[in-house]
Design a protein around this ligand. Structure first.
Ligand SMILES: *Cc1c(COP(=O)(O)O)cnc(C)c1O
Length: 247
């Protein structure tokens, strides 16, 4: 993975990544506009976020609700024209659910029925329709958040939870998200992305009335492989913004 120097020009890095996304998509016979970029701004200063917005970024991803709210509020003051979408990509504690519904446009990391119930309650109160992705653990690692679906024998038992989430009128389930562990060799992430696609096909068959089309997979280290395997959303931080200053 190439991580640019801190002094690297953010606009340039942003364009490079966009070009790489486009060339990877066309190489495998996909159209470049099938893949949306979320720029992951966690751990970066307002100045740097501002620069990437100026460079044209439309979707920004954050992991921590509180850190994000601070930034969103600060940026709102300086950005009266541009409307960026905020994407929650990290694990959310139930007590932060209201903040997320209030400030975010899209949730990638829905990982429990309990959280879905909280989102539903606040989305209802705030009269919002919240687009969500189900976070799926297909890496076989115990420590990761998300519904565990590496083993195909887990798929049928997950249906009850998925039905419960699908029944929430203010949540719009539009696909799946996964995070591969970090590998030096991105090829090692390929089986994980393939398994997510297999699970998506399974869900399309079980719940044909739902639009499962979004696949949020791929980060700085493995986004090209993810696009080759069908990603519709990639979440990229370091390759655009350089090393993070906070964790
Ligand atoms: C931090 C993070 C990313 C981006 O990682 P980079 O290596 O900076 O590209 C993507 N997805 C999630 C869920 C993250 O936490």
């Amino acid at each position: 993975m190439v991580i640019p120097e801190k002094s690297a020009n953010i606009a340039e890095q942003y364009q490079k990544v966009l070009e790489k996304i486009a060339s990877t998509a066309t190489r495998v016979g996909r159209s470049a506009d099938e893949v949306k970029l979320v720029v992951v701004t966690k751990g970066h200063s307002i100045e740097r976020i501002h620069q990437v917005i100026e460079a044209g970024a439309l979707r920004l991803g954050e992991n921590y609700a509180e850190e994000a709210v601070e930034k969103i509020n600060q940026l709102q003051a300086s950005l009266n024209v541009k409307k960026v979408e905020w994407h929650m990509i990290g694990h959310v504690q139930s007590r932060k659910a209201e903040t997320v519904v209030r400030y975010f446009d899209f949730v990638h990391s829905l990982d429990s029925v309990k959280l879905a119930e909280r989102y539903e309650r606040y989305a209802n109160q705030l009269n919002k329709n919240l687009p969500v992705l189900l976070e799926i653990n297909v890496s076989g690692e115990e420590s990761k958040f998300g519904f565990s679906a590496w083993e195909k024998t887990n798929w049928d038992p997950l249906q009850t939870d998925i039905e419960a989430i699908l029944s929430k009128p203010h949540l719009r389930v539009c696909g799946l998200m996964t995070m591969a562990p970090y590998f030096d060799d991105a090829e090692k992430a390929r089986p994980i992305f393939r398994r997510l696609v297999e699970f998506q096909i399974y869900l399309k068959r079980k719940f044909p009335e739902v639009d499962w089309k979004e696949l949020s997979m791929g980060m700085s280290s493995d986004y090209e492989v993810a696009i080759e395997e069908g990603a519709t959303i990639v979440r990229i931080g370091q390759a655009i913004l350089g090393p993070r200053t906070k964790a």
